[in-house]
Ligand binder design. Structure first.
Ligand code: GLN
Length: 486
């Protein structure tokens, strides 16, 4: 058996007992990556030499000592390319470490590899990557979800034990669901965004993807915390998210089941798997309470107004002067800007810049942007009201399992609507995670389904505890996709 398939805690005990070294482990991962990448395509690049040097020097007694962590291509690692899977940032190398990377290094971890994503984190299939699509390890004819599709696919394929992603409207949770791994979107302000390529700054959060809730908690322990370089990061007492894990029942836990999250149009098989998981939570002692989040139906429109508005402002900096791609032989400065952006951005990004610029333009600002901000408040209040009577919310992560590559075609509205269950959490700033809860069958393939738990802002400890209990009562998370390795 390859070392690559061991769980994080098994790897850590292996290091600490001297059964194998961080260098041997890294090499086992690299062998598996090399064997699988021609089919999975989760990585954009990786540089083994510095990782090996770090593994050689690793202090295995640190919290993540010697553990390689895959990094979404939106997160800056000093000296490495950081293209956000966009041509507009082709060749750009980050001049500094993101705060999460500095924290990983301080905890002994080894940032390893650049993981594929939808261009500038816009999308939910990783098909919008300017470089190549990533494939779902459970069925390589299918999408891994997105935008953190490379992170989810690499973790599910056992190419890497843990990875970082970013979640603006579901981009950690939805690919985790579609690839059968665990993904955590922390509460807004829990994790520093310094060094993350900004999509929509009031919604973006970095978070971990891993093969278990426990492994995600171990990474969150390291990356969470106040950062003076991110004015929205919160100054909180450090918490140990591992401390409360390991409970065997959910007695005394009240879980809200929002009626708006079980809708016509969702895949009935996904719904059945989620309903079965909720019954399991009940068997474990949780009390299931029907709740309502009445403004859910406005979440998608609100999100696509606010996120595109913020994106249009954030992406103004990609003008050919400061970073990455620059158009050749410009006639004048305006021509340089225009052609750089025309050549550099893909269609989805252009659509969103146009939409975002429109909703912010004078005459439309009040009708769209301002109104969406007000609806955002109503959505946040829905959650506040719900959390007055429940500990956490339980619902599907995605209304459907992984589609085939290209299956959705140009049906953008349907793609946007499929974000319905994840985006409200970002609008409200609360925490959420996705944990595997079974499979649906499509012919001979099994496709993972994700169960989502949502928690009150800054209630990660409780959320992780609940998800950990559910996860260990079932064996979904430990199942591996059917990939052939030599
Ligand atoms: N699918 C959503 C979008 O395309 C969410 C993306 C994200 O969370 N980065 O905007």
């Amino acid at each position: 058996m390859s070392l690559a398939t061991l769980s994080l805690s098994e790897v850590q005990s292996g290091f600490r007992s001297g059964a194998f070294s961080p260098v041997e482990y890294l090499e086992a991962l690299e062998a598996r990556i090399a064997a699988l990448e021609p089919t999975v395509g989760a990585f954009l690049s990786r540089d083994l030499a510095p990782a090996r040097a770090a593994a050689q020097a690793a202090d295995v007694h640190l919290p993540l000592g010697g553990i390689p962590v895959g990094i979404k291509d939106a997160i800056s690692v000093r000296g490495e390319t950081c293209s956000c899977a966009s041509k507009v940032l082709a060749g750009y190398r980050a001049p500094y470490d993101a705060t999460v990377i500095a924290r990983l290094r301080a905890a002994g971890a080894i940032p390893f590899g650049r993981l594929n994503m939808d261009e500038l984190a816009m999308g939910s299939s990783t098909e919008n990557s300017a470089w190549h699509p990533t494939r779902n390890p459970w069925d390589v004819t299918r999408i891994p979800g997105g935008s953190s599709g490379g992170s989810a696919a690499s973790v599910a394929a056992r190419e890497i034990p843990v990875a970082l992603g970013s979640d603006t409207g579901g981009s950690i949770r939805q690919p985790a669901a579609l690839c059968g791994c665990v993904g955590v979107k922390p509460s807004y302000g829990r994790v520093s965004r310094y060094g993350l390529g900004a999509f929509a700054s009031s919604l973006d959060q970095i978070g971990p993807l891993a093969r278990s809730v426990r492994d995600c908690a171990a990474v969150l322990n390291v990356i969470a915390g106040h950062d003076p370089r991110d004015s929205t990061s919160l100054d909180l007492e450090p918490e140990d998210f591992l401390a409360g894990l390991g409970r065997d029942d959910l007695k005394g836990v009240r879980l809200g089941k929002p009626k708006e999250y079980f809708i016509d149009g969702m895949d009935a098989r996904v719904r059945n798997a989620v309903e079965a998981a909720i019954r399991r939570c009940e068997e474990l002692g949780a009390e299931i309470v029907e709740i309502s989040l009445p403004h859910t139906e406005y979440a998608v429109s609100t999100y696509y107004i606010l996120s595109t508005a913020e994106a249009s402002a954030n992406l103004a900096r990609l003008d050919g002067i400061r970073y990455g791609h620059r158009a050749q032989n410009p006639a004048n400065l305006l021509d340089l800007y225009e052609r750089t952006r025309a050549e550099g951005f893909g269609n989805e990004v252009k659509r969103r810049i146009i939409l975002g610029t429109h909703v912010l333009s004078s005459g439309y600002y009040d009708a769209y942007y301002l109104r969406a901000q007000k609806v955002r408040t109503l959505i946040r209040r829905d959650f506040e009201a719900a959390f007055a009577s429940v500990d956490a919310i339980v619902c599907p992560t995605s209304p459907e399992a992984a589609l085939r590559l290209g299956e959705r075609g140009q049906d953008l509205l349907k793609t946007y609507l499929a974000d319905i269950f994840t985006i409200a959490a970002n609008l409200a700033g609360i925490c959420g995670l996705s944990v595997p809860c079974g499979f649906i069958e499509e012919g001979s393939v099994r496709l993972p389904v994700g169960l989502q738990f949502l928690g009150r802002a800054l209630d990660e400890a409780k959320l992780l505890r609940i998800a950990d209990t559910y996860e260990r009562a079932e064996a979904w998370s430990s199942q591996a996709p059917p990939l052939e390795t030599p």
